[in-house]
Design a protein. Sequence first.
Length: 234
Amino acid sequence: MLEVNNINTFYGKAQALWDVSLRIDEKEIVAFIGANGAGKTTLLNTISGIIRPASGRVEFLGKRIDGLMPHVIVEMGISHIPEGRRLFTEMSVRENLEMGAYTNRAWVNKQETIEKVYQVFPALKERERQLARTLSGGEQQMVAMGRGLMSRPKLCMFDEPSSGLAPRLVTEIFRIIQGLRDRGIAILLIEQNVRQTLEIADRAYVLENGRIVSEGKSEKLLQDDHIKKAYLGL
């Protein structure tokens, strides 16, 4: 579904990603783990067109997308749910969700899609007229995820969806992500909660200082000594 081949990404003269390659297949959860500053968010921004790579290729469903504008990439079927939620705080829950359906294809199916989002997040239907700023942190994260689903994506990229949430809500967010995969949406997941991430992911990559240093099946990485020491505190 998604293939990234040897991308190199810079901020000015500072290189952030070095020859990064990855693949994501249909109906698969693929995780990226690494310390803060490793380049994980830069990777998502590069895939979604916010940043253009200096070299390398990004292909989605067999079509090259590096160099395309972000709204075109969204239209093709990639949704990026950013770190920090980035809600429109003075708009209602429903208005925030509708902002995720701004592409032509999504807008036509807006009402049908919003009902499907409410099936995934029933609490949002109850609060659809509330301003986003009045919601709890967990509810705000649900709005951010729901807004990402409004474009009817084939691939969802999540950047730290459990950040700042209570443990009970973290478990719920991970359950929802698994449910999206079961509905046929491929997932690229960036998370600091490494153990729970590897427990739901099919495969994972380890990114350190802008380079992929390890990759493999999640169950194998859970037993890796370096992963245990660096990310699991064992």
